[in-house]
Design a protein around this ligand. Structure first.
Ligand code: NAD
Length: 467
């Protein structure tokens, strides 16, 4: 049965008490113990593993996610993230020693990661389990108390998280608040030590304004239009497989899905043919019958996507069924970079192909727009690759593959400019939820008087040589 989200006033009234409860337990020092954090992370892993099929069911109800996608991009992704964190948490928590200059000898200099306090994590609907729990894993590892607020749009996933988390984790330190605008607004009135938000630009501004009232730092994981540049000097078959995989996973509702492709005019037809072959190989001639093809989250997003097709040159797909929220894999070829579909982030199963005269024009095109979250480049041309990497700015880059950088916990993930601020995953996530406290410890052994008044020319000359 699909659930519906309903406003619950008692949740809103409870929020200030929940936050002060968590603050009290943070102050008790409970989360400082690494062993205690390890136990919480192990419990979270257990929760994911023991309830795998329930997560699959919720993701299927929310987005028609296949089991394989639900495992690779949500449950399995998180289990592997927890394993990585458990493997490194003791090392990440250690003092980070740095050299001490001669003038401060004898002495020791280091930074010590300490938890920030009580943090708020606000999730998005498109990967409702991954995007809620991946920052949560980092917050737990770093020793924080946390309130997590899943997106109300993926209501089955949100409800499941709210049911399971209190069964496995310590409720004195971690709470799930479900709800939408009213609940989030009530949460944002409270003071947190950090707010981690995943979602769109408009709400990000609301979050940042609310955070400014308390001088709370924010991490904003946003989106935007992620370009993909395809050079004709590429392995077309593999390129097509990787573009189709990364574009139509979750029916295109992925923040780092390629939004549009820049390709030289003479290569457009070959690329479109290669893409359609792969789409049909992956999802069949009618993707509606495929168990592996997702559905649009709700009718508001469905109608937004439908508008993008108006007056466009649809060269593949364009089949829709509003009752089933089914929107087929669709390709548009367009010269018009001012159309609605090129002005807004697509965030759905439409791929725009923009023919360009010369591949070098791609760099100019990308640089004339907001800095993207991801940029993709498919090429065998090393010189072109260097040119693109050096002359464009984006949160992340995939060269000759789509989205795979997400799967490497050693790489930070985050945006730049309008695609976000701050980053996470692996150690970067641990650091995002930590304060790296600077410590210099001096010995009482020598106390050179050079720095103390009264000053004179000799002291200054010696200092000039030393520093
Ligand atoms: P959404 O509608 O689920 O909103 C995100 C969160 O903001 C939800 O928890 C929601 O309850 C809350 N919210 C909504 N309106 C609010 C308001 N007025 N005040 C306070 N809180 C409010 O998600 P969305 O915005 O539709 O997400 C889509 C966007 O997120 C896209 O731009 C996508 O690219 C981006 N995204 C980015 C990442 C990333 O990792 N960088 C991941 C997924 C999605």
């Amino acid at each position: 049965m699909t659930l519906e989200y309903e406003i619950d006033d008692s949740v809103i009234k409870q929020i200030p008490f929940s936050v002060s409860h968590l603050r009290k337990f943070f102050a008790s020092g409970k989360t400082r113990s690494i062993d205690w954090r390890v136990h919480q992370l192990q419990q979270l892993k257990k929760m994911l593993q023991e309830n795998e099929s329930r997560f699959f069911d919720a993701l299927s109800l929310d987005l028609h996610k296949s089991e394989q996608e639900a495992w690779t991009s949500e449950v399995g992704f998180l289990v592997s993230d927890i394993k990585h964190t458990l493997k490194h948490i003791r090392h990440w928590s250690q003092p980070r020693m740095v050299p001490t200059p001669l003038f401060a000898q004898p002495g020791k200099s280091y930074s010590l990661p300490e938890p920030l306090g009580t943090v708020l994590i606000i999730g998005a609907w498109n990967y409702p389990i991954q995007l809620m729990l991946a920052p949560f894993i980092a917050a737990i590892a770093a020793g924080n108390c946390a309130i997590i607020k899943p997106s109300e749009l993926a209501v089955n996933s949100a409800t499941l998280l709210a049911e399971l988390i209190p069964q496995y984790l310590d409720t004195d330190c971690y709470q799930v608040i479900t709800g939408a605008v009213s609940e989030t607004t009530a949460l944002l009135q409270q003071r947190f030590e950090h707010i981690f938000y995943t979602g769109g630009e408009t709400v990000a501004k609301i979050i940042m304004k609310a955070a400014a009232e308390h001088l709370t730092p924010v991490t904003l994981e946003l989106g935007g239009k992620s370009p993909c540049i395809v050079d004709k000097d590429t392995n077309l078959k593999v390129t097509a497989s990787r573009i189709v995989w990364s574009k139509w996973m979750n029916a295109g509702q992925t923040c780092i899905a390629p939004d549009y492709i820049l390709v030289e005019e003479g290569f457009v037809d070959s690329l479109v043919s290669a893409l359609r072959l792969k789409i049909e190989e992956f999802y069949g001639a009618n993707a509606m019958e495929s168990q592996d093809y997702g559905r649009i989250i709700n009718l508001r997003h469905f109608d937004r996507l439908t508008q993008y097709l108006e007056g466009q040159n649809v060269v593949y797909g364009g089949y829709i069924d509003r009752n089933k929220k089914y929107f087929s894999p669709t390709i548009i070829v367009s010269q018009d970079d001012q159309s609605l579909v090129m002005q807004e982030e697509i965030f759905g199963p439409i791929l725009v192909i923009l023919p360009i005269k010369n591949k070098l024009d791609a760099v100019r095109f990308v640089n004339e727009r907001a800095k993207p979250l991801a940029l993709y480049l498919y090429t065998n041309d090393k010189e072109f690759e260097t040119n693109v990497l050096q002359s464009t700015s984006s949160g992340n880059v995939g060269v000759n593959d789509g989205m795979m950088f997400m799967a490497n916990a050693n790489l930070p993930f985050g945006g730049v400019g309008h695609s976000g601020m701050g980053s996470y995953h692996g150690k970067t996530g641990f650091d995002t939820f930590s304060h790296l406290k600077t410590i210099m410890k001096r010995s009482f052994l020598f106390d050179v008087a050079l720095r103390y008044p009264p000053f004179n020319r000799l002291k200054l000359n010696i200092l000039r040589k030393l520093l």
